[in-house]
Unconditional design. Sequence first.
Length: 138
Amino acid sequence: MIQGFKEFILRGNVIDLAVAVVIGAAFTAVVTGLVTGIFNPIISLLFDSGEIAKAGIELKAAHDGTPAVVLSFGLVLAAVIQFMLVAIVVYFALIVPMNYAKMLQAKRAGVQPAAPAGPTDTELLIEIRDLLAAQNRQ
């Protein structure tokens, strides 16, 4: 049983996943700092709000002890910006360099890029069907 656990832990996928989780947690702190330190103040200025969480539109004013009804879109906007920042950084910092490295490695190994695939059987059958339909109309 211990041997099976040891083999499971030492698999490449488990270690890669653990590294990805640690890097992801550290990266989240960087992106959160960017959003709260740079983008939230800009958005707050645009919507004349002192804090991004307070950015919104008042739909109904407070009246006789009932709280105001506010459409608070600031938090959603901050989350969307944070998501976009993460996606952009992951793409340009990880995906683009990895694709370039794979291309260089394939070039060094003498592997030629695969030729574009031809039409599938279904596409050919659809084309034949359309040609027969056009021929029968004449």
